[in-house]
Design a protein around this ligand. Structure first.
Ligand code: SF4
Ligand code: SF4
Length: 444
């Protein structure tokens, strides 16, 4: 007896004014153009699953292959959970985000923490870190991110640690990267990284010079933009194989200048290994320092459409459908290491005492509950809203830290759902046109 078939919850039917009758499936990320008759038939099937039986067997088989019809409504969810668990509990790599200091040389109003005590790693902790890495005998790759504060404020520690890692024979450096404000990225630092190459470096600016210099300042309100640009030049001269990512922070105040700044900088650095991308300012503080400036989900879509239409910037509207929802915090072999040798699972927890999950010199978690919460606690696959969501296959589910804050601390942060959640209909034509350009349309 043949198994019963179901209309996949990940199907979208749309009569597009421009492109006719379409079906899109978020699990396969495939579009297909339909004859009107099939479109009408599918609309009926969506309302009444029993009508699948009116389709002939060959057609059903084709639709099954395209995952438009499925034998088990939950099969996608089970496969995603399996993939998630495999990766979360994979111990072949060690991942560390090391903060050699919590100090920062800038006084940006949205994150400046005033007189808060800042700590820099001492040589004993550096040694503990090297021993900790060495103790992972069954691991052969270390993925390393420098974090902070501003990581280059702890450059001497970075130098000593990287030299030390070279002497750990069973571990080779895998992915190596650093987010930095770029101000201290001078010639000496660039030369050092030429000898200890990074795969990528991420340098943050706050849009055009005029805006940037009012926010990303040195004490005394001194500007930083020109120096950062000069440093990026120098860095790229010595590190041509390192991918440079310019992260441009955006709020309502500077969102309109993104297109021009993007084109200006891309033109200035033409031919270099460089990408520029927008980062929308988020506010997790209770004090609402910038909340009124935050960019809402619908506005983000308007922003991306304008980039494409007005500035001819190649925005990729094709979603990624291999999302797992994993991040460092959800991986068993991943830690954020603070300058006193304390360890966390999540970047957002750095410096918060009750979020410490262990110490470098104590090689087991000291806070099992929190570790378990990140590794096995509720994620999007336990959330009824996500389980029922049509765009689950193309959504990461957002940040787990945010999800847990909302679940356990009655917060209402709105950063989990992706831009497509309320806008899939609006994005249909744009997405479809890009698919056509890239010639990956499927025919049914
Ligand atoms: S939980 Fe969120 S903030 Fe923490 S590491 Fe993951 S994505 Fe980043
Ligand atoms: S986070 Fe939002 S958009 Fe993503 S799967 Fe869950 S409900 Fe859907």
């Amino acid at each position: 007896m043949k198994n019963k078939l179901f209309w996949s919850q990940y199907n979208y039917l749309k009569k597009s004014d421009k492109h006719g009758y379409l079906i899109y499936n978020t699990e396969t990320n495939n579009f297909a153009k339909l004859p009107e008759e099939s479109f009408n038939q599918f609309q009926q099937i969506e309302l009444n699953n029993e009508l699948i039986e009116t389709l002939n067997d060959d057609f059903k088989e084709t639709l099954k292959k395209q995952r438009i019809l499925v034998e088990d409504k939950k099969s996608y969810l089970y496969r995603r959970r399996m993939k998630y668990n495999f990766q979360a509990f994979d111990t072949s790599n060690l991942g560390l985000a090391v903060a050699p200091t919590t100090s920062c040389n800038f006084i940006c109003p949205y994150c400046y923490e005033g007189e808060k005590k800042h700590v820099t790693m001492n040589e004993e902790t550096e040694l503990n870190l090297l021993n900790f890495i060495d103790s992972h005998k069954r691991t052969n790759t270390l993925n390393l991110t420098w974090y902070g504060g501003e990581p280059l404020m702890g450059f001497s520690s970075i130098q000593r640690i990287l030299e030390g890692i070279k002497n750990i024979n069973h571990i080779k450096l895998g992915l190596h990267n650093m987010p930095t404000n770029g101000y201290l990225l001078n010639k000496d630092v660039s030369l050092f990284f030429k000898e200890h190459p990074m795969d990528s470096i991420q340098i943050t600016i706050d849009g055009a010079k005029e805006h940037h210099d009012t926010l990303r300042m040195l004490p005394g309100n001194l500007p930083t933009f020109d120096r950062i640009i000069q440093n990026i030049d120098t860095f790229m001269d010595y590190n041509s194989n390192t991918e440079v990512f310019i992260r441009m922070n955006l709020s309502h105040e500077n969102i309109n200048s993104y297109g021009d700044t993007y084109l200006k900088l891309m033109n200035y650095w033409k031919g270099r290994k460089l990408s520029i991308y927008p980062a929308f300012v988020k506010d997790f503080s209770e004090s609402c320092k910038t909340n009124c400036l935050l960019v809402k989900r619908d506005e983000k879509l308007d922003f991306f459409i304008e980039l494409k239409d007005k500035y001819d910037i190649d925005v990729n509207f094709n979603p990624y459908n291999q999302c797992t929802g994993l991040c460092g915090a959800t991986l068993i072999n991943y830690y954020v290491v603070g300058p006193e040798g304390e360890m966390y699972k999540c970047w957002n927890d750095l410096g918060v005492k009750d979020r410490i999950v262990g110490y470098l010199d104590i090689k087991e978690p000291t806070n099992y509950d929190l570790t378990a919460m990140y590794l096995a606690g509720p994620n999007l696959m336990d959330d009824p809203q996500c389980i029922d969501c049509k765009i689950l296959p193309i959504c990461t589910g957002g940040c787990l830290w945010v999800r847990h804050k909302n679940l356990y601390e009655n917060k209402e942060y709105d950063y989990s759902c992706c831009t497509r959640k309320n806008n899939i209909e609006r994005m249909f034509d744009i997405h479809y046109e890009q698919v056509l350009q890239r010639k990956i349309e499927k025919k049914i």
